[in-house]
Design a protein around this ligand. Structure first.
Ligand SMILES: Cc1cc2nc3c(=O)[nH]c(=O)nc-3n(C[C@H](O)[C@H](O)[C@H](O)COP(=O)(O)O)c2cc1C
Length: 186
């Protein structure tokens, strides 16, 4: 029987017309039958403040901690804001990093990102890689999905229409499944 995988995926953009959320949804559609990709929303995560979790973590964060902990791998899809990740994604990561559940500990992670600009979120993604170190997550080295000129790669309904990007994402999903196998053997 074919092995099944459950990936969790977070978009670092809250806006409705987000290219990064379009990338996440494209990955959900492109995933083979044995891989499910559940979108986790960070919309409800409050601003990080120690006082908020001194006694108990906010419910929205606890729900994310549990889903991340249970996932075979996590996909982070990041926009690039001022050469870095979006504030809302960094804020959520700060919460994850303080949870006693350690949701990202030894977690296989894949990074993707999209921008209408030419650099494909490369600067944000390398910062995100670095951010994953204190959480003891393991970020897959290749393939890297850095989507430039995103506005030319989706139609008005948000469907991915670029063949090369489609192939890259399919390969990324298969690679992340193989990468996550390494961690389950331990
Ligand atoms: C505050 C801010 C800073 C930005 N800085 C960058 C940047 O450094 N590099 C880049 O490629 N795009 C930058 N952009 C443009 C974003 O890539 C663009 O808004 C993109 O659509 C955001 O991702 P989303 O479509 O998923 O919301 C910036 C946008 C905002 C709002």
């Amino acid at each position: 029987m074919e092995k099944k995988y459950n990936f969790a995926a977070i978009s670092g953009s809250l806006r409705k017309g987000s290219y990064n959320t379009m990338v996440l949804k494209a990955a959900q559609k492109l995933a083979p039958e044995n891989i499910t990709i559940e979108q986790l929303s960070i919309d409800e995560v409050p601003y990080y403040n120690f006082d908020l979790h001194e006694k108990q973590f906010p419910d929205a964060v606890e729900m994310l901690n549990d889903k991340i902990k249970a996932a075979d791998a996590v996909i982070l899809v990041t926009p690039e804001y001022n050469y870095s990740v979006s504030g809302v994604l960094k804020n959520a990561i700060d919460f994850f990093s303080r949870s006693p559940k350690k949701p990202f500990d030894m977690k296989p992670v894949g990074l993707m990102g999209a921008t209408p600009g030419m650099m494909g979120t490369v600067r944000a993604q390398y910062q995100l890689r670095q951010m994953m170190i204190p959480l003891n997550a393991y970020v897959m080295n290749r393939p890297e999905i850095m989507i430039s000129q995103a506005h030319t790669k989706f139609d008005e309904e948000g469907n991915l229409i670029d063949i090369k990007t489609t192939e890259f994402i399919e390969n990324f999903i298969a690679s992340l499944a193989a990468f996550s196998d390494i961690f389950q053997k331990q």
